[in-house]
Design a binder for this molecule. Structure first.
Ligand code: NAP
Ligand code: F7E
Length: 328
């Protein structure tokens, strides 16, 4: 039975990946940080094949101990401060966890190593935020990086250090340059979930309006369940490498609002949306659209959930959740 260690197990992608790997017959271990982390019980309840281990991406000894204890075949490094807006307010913490955390996890893998015949394989959760002020459209693995936030800068360090450990120590380290992926499990701080959960509350008469920042930004949005499959496929390749993972479509926040409000039965979202400059960013990423040809050709990967289906699933899930909590 293969063994996988996932950092960021309590996050959106960690939850989908642990289910995906368990269904493939893996024994799955998830790294949780903090004292009595409140999300630990939730993820343990969701996946009976998941075992939790303690560790923090700020603490190398704890990562070495976790890798030694688990003896994984594969390590998926998903742990991060992942909210771009927060990274402007807490840039040092973001650099520490999202950036240096990758170096520490790679060191733990290098030090513990695995067996000679079966060295540990490593996945790094890189991000389209590294493209930032994009140098070409669409973005590929060859597009130069120009990050626009402390988060993007930290991810660029993480990406480059994974390449360096691959070249310097021969570690089977691959990075997925994943474009935005959302789901029914997306954190409420991200714009998609903020819209679908607020819209569900508006529909039920529990809220009057949504306050948002920049509506013109365009993103290449897919579903997280599709994207975790690409992570796994990268680690099944003979050779490690870096892959863009995206849908190849781009939509503005306005278009997301159009689809969501239409699905909820409204003619227009404009009466319900307010601009609040607290949600504007000091530097914005205006346009992201990925070309995932390499992932398609080498991994046989393609996304299954369309933009419209993504919005529908998120809205319907939030409507059901809000109905349930209103009935209690
Ligand atoms: P998420 O929901 O924000 O999850 C982040 C995870 O990191 C959480 O489990 C969190 O644990 C953990 N974490 C935070 N600080 C930690 C620390 N000091 N030590 C150990 N773990 C820590 O993010 P996601 O959307 O699942 O994304 C997964 C990864 O992919 C992240 O690295 C993200 O930056 C990257 N990524 C995401 C997207 C996307 O669109 N979703 C796109 C590209 C790349 P607690 O919740 O318990 O604090
Ligand atoms: O913002 C605009 C905002 O926070 C999307 C992370 O998973 O994907 C994610 O980063 C856009 C931005 O995601 C609000 O200015 C307008 O242009 O949902 P978001 P993100 O910044 O694209 C990348 C690939 C990652 O790697 C990250 O980890 O929406 N926007 N109004 C708003 N955004 C938020 N959050 N809230 C608003 O009120």
């Amino acid at each position: 039975m293969k063994r996988a260690l996932i950092t960021g197990i309590t996050g959106q992608d960690g939850r989908y990946l642990s289910e995906f790997l368990a269904a493939k017959g893996y024994q799955v271990y998830g790294l949780v940080h903090g004292q009595a982390n409140p999300k630990a019980a939730l993820v343990e309840g969701e996946n009976p094949r998941l075992e939790l281990v303690e560790g923090d991406l700020r603490d190398l000894p704890s990562l070495i101990a976790a890798v030694e204890q688990v003896q994984p075949d594969e390590v998926y490094n998903l742990g991060a401060i992942s909210f771009v807006q927060l990274s402007f307010r807490q840039p040092e913490l973001t650099a520490e966890i999202t950036g240096l955390g990758v170096l520490r996890m790679l060191e733990a893998v290098r030090i513990v190593g695995g067996t000679q015949n079966n060295p540990i394989r490593f996945y790094q959760a890189s991000s389209s935020e590294m493209f930032g002020k994009v140098r070409e459209v669409p973005q590929t693995e060859a597009t130069p990086f120009h990050p626009r936030s402390p988060y993007g800068v930290a991810k660029m360090f993480g990406h480059n250090i994974a390449v360096n450990y691959r070249e310097a120590y021969g570690i089977h380290a691959s990075s997925g340059i994943l474009f935005n992926h959302e789901s029914e499990r997306r954190g409420h701080e991200f714009v998609t979930r903020k819209i679908t959960s607020s819209l569900a509350r508006i529909k039920l008469g529990l809220q009057d309006s949504i306050s948002l920042g920049n509506l013109e930004a365009r993103r290449d949005w897919g579903h997280a369940a599709d994207y975790v499959e690409a992570m796994w496929l990268m680690l099944q390749q003979e050779e490690p490498g870096d892959y863009v993972v995206s849908t190849g479509e781009t939509h503005s926040i306005r278009e997301f609002l159009d689809v969501a409000f239409r699905l909820a039965g409204y003619d227009s979202w404009e009466p319900y949306v307010r601009h609040d400059n607290r949600f504007d960013r000091p530097a914005e990423v205006d346009l992201l659209i990925g070309d995932a040809s390499k992932a398609r050709d080498r991994l046989g990967w393609s996304p299954k959930v369309s933009f419209e289906e993504l919005v529908k699933r998120m809205y319907e899930n939030d409507l059901a959740l809000e109905r349930r909590s209103a009935a209690q």
